[in-house]
Ligand binder design. Structure first.
Ligand code: S3P
Length: 162
């Protein structure tokens, strides 16, 4: 099964893009964070405080297995650290939403945005550790920062990829 997979740093716009692409391509969304929350009946911050980051990453491995079982093509909205333990290219065509660090920092200035993301405190270290990993795991890097353009770029590439 070939899925449309979105990866990138937290607050890079994966969930927003997924919700815009879904009606356009007529594909359902599978959010890794939502799946983990549903399975555990806990929020992401609760999982981190109960089981630590390691416990959360174990759940992300289980999520990968669950995606392999899907019988229909989905848009896979991956949590920012999903790439640390999984190979998203094994799930389909992977789009890395590359957003500059400054912009990510701006988006995460909002306290509510940080509260739902347990790792949102040391953004610049995490960003430099992860940048190369996202690049390596991408079938295509989306550097455009305009939402309409991003939508067009992903839609065209996805349709061409068959
Ligand atoms: C994480 C990103 C979050 C969530 C968890 C860990 C990360 O998802 O999975 O807080 O390690 O980057 P978003 O990328 O949707 O914020």
């Amino acid at each position: 099964m070939k899925h449309l997979v979105l990866i990138g740093f937290m607050a890079s716009g994966k969930s927003t893009l997924a919700s815009l692409l879904s009606p356009l391509l007529n594909l359902p969304i599978f959010s890794t964070d939502d799946w983990i929350s549903t399975q555990t009946q806990k929020s992401i911050p609760e999982i981190f405080s109960l089981y630590g980051e390691e416990g959360f990453r174990v759940w992300e491995r289980k999520t990968f297995e669950a995606i392999l079982e899907l019988k229909q093509t989905h848009i896979i909205d991956c949590g920012g650290g999903f790439v640390l333990r999984n190979h998203p290219k094994d799930l389909g065509r992977v789009y890395y939403l590359k957003v500059p660090l400054k912009e990510i920092q701006k988006r995460l200035e909002n306290k509510e945005q940080r509260l739902v993301r347990p790792l949102a405190n040391d953004i610049s270290t995490l960003y430099s550790q992860r940048e190369g990993i996202y690049q390596l795991n991408a079938s295509k890097v989306i550097e455009n920062q305009d939402q309409e353009e991003i939508l067009k770029e992903v839609e065209q590439d996805w349709k061409k990829s068959f």
